[in-house]
Design a protein around this ligand. Structure first.
Ligand code: ASP
Ligand code: MG
Length: 439
Protein backbone atom coordinates (compact mmCIF):
# COMPACT_ATOMS: atom_id res chain seq x y z
CA UNK A 1 0.00 0.00 0.00
CA UNK A 2 1.15 3.54 -0.75
CA UNK A 3 -0.09 6.95 0.36
CA UNK A 4 -0.17 9.63 -2.34
CA UNK A 5 -0.83 13.18 -1.22
CA UNK A 6 -1.64 15.85 -3.79
CA UNK A 7 -1.31 19.49 -2.81
CA UNK A 8 -3.54 22.46 -3.61
CA UNK A 9 -1.96 23.33 -6.96
CA UNK A 10 -2.01 19.67 -8.02
CA UNK A 11 -5.81 19.79 -7.75
CA UNK A 12 -5.93 23.47 -8.69
CA UNK A 13 -7.78 23.19 -12.01
CA UNK A 14 -9.69 20.63 -14.11
CA UNK A 15 -6.58 20.21 -16.29
CA UNK A 16 -4.49 19.41 -13.22
CA UNK A 17 -7.13 16.92 -12.00
CA UNK A 18 -6.64 14.97 -15.19
CA UNK A 19 -2.99 14.37 -14.39
CA UNK A 20 -3.76 12.54 -11.15
CA UNK A 21 -5.19 9.26 -12.39
CA UNK A 22 -2.18 8.41 -14.63
CA UNK A 23 0.05 9.05 -11.62
CA UNK A 24 -2.00 6.80 -9.34
CA UNK A 25 -2.14 4.11 -12.00
CA UNK A 26 1.61 4.15 -12.56
CA UNK A 27 2.32 3.18 -8.94
CA UNK A 28 1.79 -0.55 -9.34
CA UNK A 29 1.03 -1.06 -5.70
CA UNK A 30 -1.80 -3.31 -4.53
CA UNK A 31 -3.66 -0.45 -2.89
CA UNK A 32 -3.47 3.35 -2.95
CA UNK A 33 -4.52 5.86 -0.40
CA UNK A 34 -4.99 9.32 -1.93
CA UNK A 35 -4.94 12.35 0.39
CA UNK A 36 -6.04 15.65 -1.13
CA UNK A 37 -5.61 19.27 -0.12
CA UNK A 38 -8.22 21.86 -0.93
CA UNK A 39 -8.06 23.41 -4.39
CA UNK A 40 -5.36 26.13 -4.33
CA UNK A 41 -6.74 29.39 -2.97
CA UNK A 42 -9.80 27.80 -1.36
CA UNK A 43 -8.55 27.67 2.22
CA UNK A 44 -7.53 31.34 2.00
CA UNK A 45 -10.99 32.16 0.67
CA UNK A 46 -12.57 30.21 3.54
CA UNK A 47 -10.41 32.08 6.05
CA UNK A 48 -11.73 35.34 4.57
CA UNK A 49 -15.32 34.10 4.83
CA UNK A 50 -14.87 33.05 8.46
CA UNK A 51 -13.25 36.41 9.25
CA UNK A 52 -16.22 38.34 7.90
CA UNK A 53 -18.71 36.10 9.74
CA UNK A 54 -16.73 36.62 12.95
CA UNK A 55 -16.86 40.38 12.46
CA UNK A 56 -20.61 40.16 11.96
CA UNK A 57 -20.31 41.28 8.32
CA UNK A 58 -22.87 38.70 7.24
CA UNK A 59 -23.72 40.21 3.85
CA UNK A 60 -20.06 40.49 2.93
CA UNK A 61 -19.37 36.92 4.07
CA UNK A 62 -22.29 35.65 2.00
CA UNK A 63 -21.05 37.53 -1.01
CA UNK A 64 -17.66 35.80 -0.65
CA UNK A 65 -19.45 32.45 -0.35
CA UNK A 66 -21.30 33.17 -3.56
CA UNK A 67 -18.16 34.19 -5.43
CA UNK A 68 -16.37 31.01 -4.37
CA UNK A 69 -19.40 28.94 -5.33
CA UNK A 70 -19.39 30.48 -8.81
CA UNK A 71 -15.73 29.56 -9.26
CA UNK A 72 -16.54 25.96 -8.24
CA UNK A 73 -19.49 25.91 -10.61
CA UNK A 74 -17.18 26.70 -13.51
CA UNK A 75 -14.70 24.12 -12.20
CA UNK A 76 -17.21 21.24 -12.19
CA UNK A 77 -18.70 22.32 -15.52
CA UNK A 78 -15.26 22.08 -17.09
CA UNK A 79 -14.22 18.91 -15.29
CA UNK A 80 -17.20 16.64 -15.91
CA UNK A 81 -18.15 15.63 -19.42
CA UNK A 82 -21.54 13.95 -19.06
CA UNK A 83 -24.76 15.69 -18.05
CA UNK A 84 -25.08 13.22 -15.21
CA UNK A 85 -21.54 13.92 -14.04
CA UNK A 86 -22.09 17.69 -14.15
CA UNK A 87 -25.31 17.26 -12.19
CA UNK A 88 -23.63 15.17 -9.50
CA UNK A 89 -20.72 17.58 -9.27
CA UNK A 90 -23.11 20.48 -8.93
CA UNK A 91 -25.11 18.74 -6.21
CA UNK A 92 -21.94 18.05 -4.25
CA UNK A 93 -20.78 21.64 -4.25
CA UNK A 94 -24.27 23.01 -3.59
CA UNK A 95 -24.43 20.97 -0.38
CA UNK A 96 -21.25 22.57 0.94
CA UNK A 97 -22.03 26.10 -0.17
CA UNK A 98 -25.53 25.93 1.28
CA UNK A 99 -23.98 25.06 4.61
CA UNK A 100 -21.52 27.97 4.30
CA UNK A 101 -24.34 30.35 3.51
CA UNK A 102 -26.57 29.14 6.35
CA UNK A 103 -23.89 29.82 8.94
CA UNK A 104 -24.91 33.46 8.60
CA UNK A 105 -28.35 32.73 10.09
CA UNK A 106 -27.30 32.98 13.72
CA UNK A 107 -24.33 33.67 15.98
CA UNK A 108 -21.02 32.56 14.49
CA UNK A 109 -18.92 30.48 16.91
CA UNK A 110 -15.24 29.44 16.90
CA UNK A 111 -16.34 25.84 16.26
CA UNK A 112 -18.17 27.07 13.16
CA UNK A 113 -15.04 28.83 12.02
CA UNK A 114 -13.27 25.46 11.91
CA UNK A 115 -16.27 23.96 10.16
CA UNK A 116 -15.84 26.62 7.47
CA UNK A 117 -12.13 25.84 7.08
CA UNK A 118 -12.92 22.13 6.66
CA UNK A 119 -15.03 22.66 3.55
CA UNK A 120 -12.08 22.98 1.15
CA UNK A 121 -10.86 19.41 1.56
CA UNK A 122 -14.43 18.05 1.67
CA UNK A 123 -15.09 19.77 -1.65
CA UNK A 124 -11.92 18.62 -3.42
CA UNK A 125 -12.12 14.98 -2.33
CA UNK A 126 -15.83 14.71 -3.18
CA UNK A 127 -15.27 16.18 -6.63
CA UNK A 128 -12.32 13.87 -7.26
CA UNK A 129 -14.30 10.82 -6.18
CA UNK A 130 -17.16 11.74 -8.55
CA UNK A 131 -14.72 12.53 -11.33
CA UNK A 132 -13.17 9.05 -11.07
CA UNK A 133 -16.65 7.50 -10.98
CA UNK A 134 -17.53 9.28 -14.22
CA UNK A 135 -14.44 7.71 -15.78
CA UNK A 136 -15.58 4.29 -14.56
CA UNK A 137 -12.91 4.05 -11.87
CA UNK A 138 -13.97 2.63 -8.52
CA UNK A 139 -12.84 4.36 -5.37
CA UNK A 140 -13.99 4.69 -1.77
CA UNK A 141 -14.22 8.12 -0.16
CA UNK A 142 -13.22 7.70 3.49
CA UNK A 143 -14.23 10.61 5.75
CA UNK A 144 -11.13 11.83 7.61
CA UNK A 145 -13.41 13.17 10.33
CA UNK A 146 -14.13 9.57 11.32
CA UNK A 147 -10.54 8.55 11.92
CA UNK A 148 -8.26 11.59 12.22
CA UNK A 149 -8.27 12.88 15.78
CA UNK A 150 -6.08 15.10 17.95
CA UNK A 151 -5.95 14.92 21.73
CA UNK A 152 -6.20 17.70 24.31
CA UNK A 153 -2.53 18.63 23.67
CA UNK A 154 -3.31 19.05 19.96
CA UNK A 155 -1.24 15.95 19.23
CA UNK A 156 -2.47 13.20 16.92
CA UNK A 157 -4.13 10.37 18.80
CA UNK A 158 -2.22 7.57 17.07
CA UNK A 159 -3.87 4.52 18.69
CA UNK A 160 -7.32 5.91 17.84
CA UNK A 161 -6.32 6.81 14.28
CA UNK A 162 -4.86 3.38 13.72
CA UNK A 163 -7.83 1.51 15.18
CA UNK A 164 -10.47 3.52 13.35
CA UNK A 165 -8.67 3.51 10.05
CA UNK A 166 -8.08 -0.23 10.07
CA UNK A 167 -11.70 -0.91 10.98
CA UNK A 168 -12.90 1.34 8.15
CA UNK A 169 -10.60 -0.17 5.57
CA UNK A 170 -11.54 -3.70 6.60
CA UNK A 171 -15.06 -2.97 5.40
CA UNK A 172 -13.75 -2.76 1.84
CA UNK A 173 -11.55 -5.82 1.35
CA UNK A 174 -11.47 -5.61 -2.45
CA UNK A 175 -10.99 -1.85 -2.76
CA UNK A 176 -7.69 -0.73 -4.25
CA UNK A 177 -8.23 3.03 -4.16
CA UNK A 178 -9.20 5.09 -1.13
CA UNK A 179 -9.56 8.87 -1.12
CA UNK A 180 -9.53 11.03 1.99
CA UNK A 181 -9.21 14.64 3.13
CA UNK A 182 -5.95 16.11 4.28
CA UNK A 183 -5.77 18.77 7.01
CA UNK A 184 -9.11 18.15 8.75
CA UNK A 185 -9.67 16.20 11.94
CA UNK A 186 -11.66 16.15 15.14
CA UNK A 187 -10.38 17.44 18.45
CA UNK A 188 -10.71 15.93 21.92
CA UNK A 189 -14.22 17.40 22.23
CA UNK A 190 -15.26 15.66 19.03
CA UNK A 191 -15.56 18.99 17.23
CA UNK A 192 -14.30 19.54 13.70
CA UNK A 193 -10.77 20.91 13.82
CA UNK A 194 -7.66 20.95 11.64
CA UNK A 195 -3.94 20.21 11.67
CA UNK A 196 -3.10 23.86 10.90
CA UNK A 197 -2.25 25.44 7.59
CA UNK A 198 -0.38 23.17 5.23
CA UNK A 199 -1.45 20.20 7.37
CA UNK A 200 -2.39 17.84 4.54
CA UNK A 201 1.19 16.59 4.41
CA UNK A 202 0.88 15.79 8.08
CA UNK A 203 -2.30 13.80 7.40
CA UNK A 204 -0.45 11.81 4.73
CA UNK A 205 2.41 11.03 7.08
CA UNK A 206 0.13 10.05 9.97
CA UNK A 207 -1.91 7.86 7.68
CA UNK A 208 1.17 6.22 6.24
CA UNK A 209 2.51 5.53 9.72
CA UNK A 210 -0.86 4.21 10.97
CA UNK A 211 -1.12 1.76 8.08
CA UNK A 212 2.61 0.96 7.88
CA UNK A 213 2.57 1.56 4.13
CA UNK A 214 5.54 0.91 1.87
CA UNK A 215 5.92 4.57 0.86
CA UNK A 216 4.44 8.03 1.37
CA UNK A 217 4.45 10.29 -1.66
CA UNK A 218 3.97 14.04 -1.50
CA UNK A 219 3.07 15.40 -4.94
CA UNK A 220 3.47 19.15 -5.46
CA UNK A 221 4.55 21.44 -8.26
CA UNK A 222 8.28 21.25 -7.84
CA UNK A 223 10.60 18.29 -8.42
CA UNK A 224 11.69 17.82 -4.82
CA UNK A 225 13.68 19.75 -2.22
CA UNK A 226 16.16 22.02 -3.98
CA UNK A 227 19.62 22.77 -2.66
CA UNK A 228 18.70 26.46 -2.45
CA UNK A 229 15.61 28.62 -2.89
CA UNK A 230 14.76 28.60 -6.61
CA UNK A 231 12.78 31.84 -6.21
CA UNK A 232 15.93 33.79 -5.48
CA UNK A 233 18.84 31.72 -6.71
CA UNK A 234 19.41 30.40 -10.21
CA UNK A 235 20.88 26.97 -10.96
CA UNK A 236 19.43 25.27 -7.93
CA UNK A 237 19.13 21.50 -8.16
CA UNK A 238 16.74 18.94 -6.67
CA UNK A 239 18.35 16.86 -3.93
CA UNK A 240 18.05 13.16 -4.77
CA UNK A 241 18.20 11.81 -1.22
CA UNK A 242 17.93 13.16 2.30
CA UNK A 243 17.93 11.72 5.78
CA UNK A 244 14.85 12.38 7.93
CA UNK A 245 16.79 14.79 10.13
CA UNK A 246 18.00 16.83 7.20
CA UNK A 247 14.50 16.90 5.73
CA UNK A 248 13.08 18.08 9.07
CA UNK A 249 15.58 20.95 9.26
CA UNK A 250 14.93 21.97 5.67
CA UNK A 251 11.15 21.77 5.96
CA UNK A 252 11.22 23.84 9.11
CA UNK A 253 13.66 26.43 7.86
CA UNK A 254 11.86 27.75 4.89
CA UNK A 255 11.65 25.12 2.19
CA UNK A 256 7.89 25.47 1.67
CA UNK A 257 7.49 22.16 -0.10
CA UNK A 258 6.63 20.09 2.94
CA UNK A 259 4.97 20.69 6.31
CA UNK A 260 7.75 20.31 8.93
CA UNK A 261 5.72 18.19 11.35
CA UNK A 262 5.03 15.66 8.65
CA UNK A 263 8.58 14.29 8.82
CA UNK A 264 8.23 12.74 12.28
CA UNK A 265 5.44 10.16 11.95
CA UNK A 266 7.14 8.73 8.87
CA UNK A 267 10.52 8.79 10.56
CA UNK A 268 9.21 7.07 13.64
CA UNK A 269 7.55 4.33 11.59
CA UNK A 270 10.58 4.25 9.26
CA UNK A 271 8.58 4.77 6.09
CA UNK A 272 10.31 6.41 3.12
CA UNK A 273 8.84 9.69 1.91
CA UNK A 274 9.15 10.74 -1.70
CA UNK A 275 8.62 14.32 -2.87
CA UNK A 276 7.40 14.34 -6.45
CA UNK A 277 6.27 16.74 -9.16
CA UNK A 278 2.76 16.41 -10.62
CA UNK A 279 3.79 18.29 -13.76
CA UNK A 280 6.75 16.01 -14.39
CA UNK A 281 5.71 12.61 -13.12
CA UNK A 282 8.89 10.89 -14.29
CA UNK A 283 11.26 13.25 -12.46
CA UNK A 284 13.12 11.49 -9.65
CA UNK A 285 12.19 14.03 -6.94
CA UNK A 286 13.62 13.68 -3.44
CA UNK A 287 13.66 10.48 -1.44
CA UNK A 288 13.73 10.91 2.35
CA UNK A 289 14.65 7.74 4.21
CA UNK A 290 16.65 6.29 7.03
CA UNK A 291 18.70 4.34 4.52
CA UNK A 292 20.49 7.44 3.48
CA UNK A 293 23.29 9.06 5.35
CA UNK A 294 25.18 11.88 3.75
CA UNK A 295 28.91 11.70 4.06
CA UNK A 296 30.60 14.98 4.79
CA UNK A 297 28.42 17.05 2.58
CA UNK A 298 26.52 20.29 2.66
CA UNK A 299 23.23 19.45 0.97
CA UNK A 300 21.16 22.60 1.01
CA UNK A 301 20.63 26.18 2.07
CA UNK A 302 17.22 27.54 3.05
CA UNK A 303 15.86 30.68 4.67
CA UNK A 304 13.05 31.53 7.02
CA UNK A 305 11.66 35.06 7.24
CA UNK A 306 9.75 37.09 9.80
CA UNK A 307 12.06 36.19 12.63
CA UNK A 308 12.36 38.35 15.73
CA UNK A 309 15.56 38.30 17.79
CA UNK A 310 15.59 39.08 21.51
CA UNK A 311 18.71 39.78 23.53
CA UNK A 312 18.63 39.70 27.32
CA UNK A 313 21.69 41.18 28.96
CA UNK A 314 22.19 40.79 32.66
CA UNK A 315 25.13 40.83 35.03
CA UNK A 316 23.05 38.50 37.18
CA UNK A 317 23.74 35.82 34.63
CA UNK A 318 27.45 35.92 35.46
CA UNK A 319 28.43 32.68 37.19
CA UNK A 320 24.77 32.04 38.05
CA UNK A 321 22.83 28.88 37.57
CA UNK A 322 19.09 28.67 36.92
CA UNK A 323 19.11 31.90 34.95
CA UNK A 324 18.41 30.33 31.56
CA UNK A 325 15.71 28.15 33.04
CA UNK A 326 13.86 31.20 34.29
CA UNK A 327 14.20 32.87 30.89
CA UNK A 328 12.88 29.79 29.08
CA UNK A 329 9.99 29.45 31.49
CA UNK A 330 8.69 32.80 30.28
CA UNK A 331 8.46 31.42 26.74
CA UNK A 332 6.89 28.23 27.99
CA UNK A 333 4.15 30.14 29.79
CA UNK A 334 3.24 31.81 26.51
CA UNK A 335 3.53 28.57 24.50
CA UNK A 336 6.03 30.29 22.23
CA UNK A 337 8.74 28.16 20.63
CA UNK A 338 12.31 29.40 20.40
CA UNK A 339 14.26 28.59 17.22
CA UNK A 340 17.86 29.68 17.69
CA UNK A 341 19.84 30.46 20.84
CA UNK A 342 23.30 31.86 21.41
CA UNK A 343 24.77 32.77 24.77
CA UNK A 344 27.70 34.62 26.25
CA UNK A 345 28.54 34.85 29.93
CA UNK A 346 26.39 37.94 30.43
CA UNK A 347 23.81 37.78 27.67
CA UNK A 348 21.56 35.43 25.77
CA UNK A 349 20.07 35.95 22.33
CA UNK A 350 17.20 33.93 20.98
CA UNK A 351 14.77 34.00 18.07
CA UNK A 352 11.02 33.59 17.65
CA UNK A 353 8.79 33.37 14.64
CA UNK A 354 5.54 33.50 16.56
CA UNK A 355 5.16 36.98 18.02
CA UNK A 356 1.59 36.65 19.28
CA UNK A 357 2.69 37.27 22.88
CA UNK A 358 5.79 39.34 22.21
CA UNK A 359 4.83 42.31 24.37
CA UNK A 360 3.85 40.10 27.33
CA UNK A 361 7.09 38.14 26.98
CA UNK A 362 9.21 41.29 26.86
CA UNK A 363 7.42 42.74 29.88
CA UNK A 364 8.41 39.64 31.88
CA UNK A 365 11.96 39.50 30.52
CA UNK A 366 12.50 43.09 31.59
CA UNK A 367 12.70 41.77 35.17
CA UNK A 368 15.89 39.89 34.30
CA UNK A 369 17.89 42.67 32.70
CA UNK A 370 18.14 44.83 29.63
CA UNK A 371 16.08 43.55 26.71
CA UNK A 372 16.69 44.41 23.07
CA UNK A 373 14.42 43.36 20.21
CA UNK A 374 15.21 43.22 16.47
CA UNK A 375 12.47 42.31 14.06
CA UNK A 376 12.56 41.58 10.31
CA UNK A 377 15.38 39.11 10.61
CA UNK A 378 15.91 35.94 8.57
CA UNK A 379 17.42 32.65 9.58
CA UNK A 380 19.64 31.18 6.91
CA UNK A 381 20.05 27.51 7.52
CA UNK A 382 22.82 25.41 6.03
CA UNK A 383 21.88 21.74 6.17
CA UNK A 384 24.16 18.79 5.71
CA UNK A 385 26.12 16.12 7.45
CA UNK A 386 28.78 17.62 9.69
CA UNK A 387 29.41 14.47 11.67
CA UNK A 388 32.69 13.22 10.39
CA UNK A 389 34.50 16.15 8.99
CA UNK A 390 34.04 19.12 11.27
CA UNK A 391 36.90 21.11 9.85
CA UNK A 392 36.24 23.84 7.43
CA UNK A 393 32.47 24.11 7.17
CA UNK A 394 32.10 27.01 9.56
CA UNK A 395 34.89 28.83 7.72
CA UNK A 396 33.32 28.21 4.32
CA UNK A 397 30.01 29.54 5.53
CA UNK A 398 31.37 32.60 7.27
CA UNK A 399 33.61 33.45 4.35
CA UNK A 400 30.62 33.47 2.03
CA UNK A 401 28.77 36.01 4.16
CA UNK A 402 31.71 38.00 5.46
CA UNK A 403 30.37 41.33 4.14
CA UNK A 404 27.01 40.95 5.85
CA UNK A 405 26.00 42.02 9.36
CA UNK A 406 25.42 38.66 11.03
CA UNK A 407 23.28 38.98 14.16
CA UNK A 408 23.67 35.39 15.43
CA UNK A 409 25.49 32.20 14.46
CA UNK A 410 24.52 28.78 15.73
CA UNK A 411 26.82 25.84 15.10
CA UNK A 412 27.20 22.56 16.93
CA UNK A 413 23.61 22.35 18.15
CA UNK A 414 22.97 19.50 15.78
CA UNK A 415 25.21 17.66 13.37
CA UNK A 416 23.04 18.68 10.45
CA UNK A 417 22.73 22.39 10.71
CA UNK A 418 24.56 25.70 10.81
CA UNK A 419 22.21 28.65 11.25
CA UNK A 420 22.85 32.34 10.73
CA UNK A 421 20.59 35.21 11.63
CA UNK A 422 20.74 38.43 9.68
CA UNK A 423 18.45 41.32 8.74
CA UNK A 424 15.99 40.13 6.08
CA UNK A 425 17.17 42.71 3.57
CA UNK A 426 20.40 40.69 3.24
CA UNK A 427 18.64 37.37 2.77
CA UNK A 428 18.78 37.06 -1.02
CA UNK A 429 22.38 38.25 -1.13
CA UNK A 430 23.30 35.68 1.53
CA UNK A 431 21.50 32.81 -0.23
CA UNK A 432 23.31 33.65 -3.46
CA UNK A 433 26.71 34.07 -1.84
CA UNK A 434 26.37 30.75 0.01
CA UNK A 435 25.23 29.00 -3.15
CA UNK A 436 28.22 30.30 -5.01
CA UNK A 437 30.63 29.30 -2.28
CA UNK A 438 29.17 25.92 -1.28
CA UNK A 439 27.88 24.27 -4.44
N1 ASP B 1 -5.83 23.37 2.62
C1 ASP B 1 -4.99 23.58 3.76
C2 ASP B 1 -4.16 24.83 3.59
O1 ASP B 1 -4.26 25.49 2.57
C3 ASP B 1 -4.14 22.40 4.08
C4 ASP B 1 -3.15 22.01 3.02
O2 ASP B 1 -3.29 22.39 1.85
O3 ASP B 1 -2.21 21.30 3.34
O4 ASP B 1 -3.43 25.19 4.46
MG1 MG C 1 1.21 22.29 1.25
Amino acid sequence: MKVLKFGGTSVGSPERFEKLWPIIQSQKSDCHFVVLSAVAGTTNALVAIATQYTKGEIALARQLVQELQQAYQVFVDDLFVTTEGKEKGKNWITRHFTLLDELGNDLFTPAEERLVLAQGELLSTGIFHLYLAEKGIDSVLLPALEFMRINADQEPDMPYIQRQLQAMIDQFPTTTLFITQGYICRNSYGQIDNLRRGGSDYTASLLGAALAVEEIQIWTDIDGFHNNDPRYVSNTKPIAQLSFNEAAELAYFGAKIMHPQSVFPAQKANIPVRLLDTLDMDAAGTLISSAFDHTDEIVAVAAKDNITAIRIQSSRMLLAYGFLRRVFEVFERYKTPIDMITTSEVAVSLTLDDCTYLSEIIAELNHFGEVEVDDQQSIICIVGDFKRNKNGYATLVSEAVKHMPIRMISYGGSEHNISLLLPSKYKIEALRALHHRLF
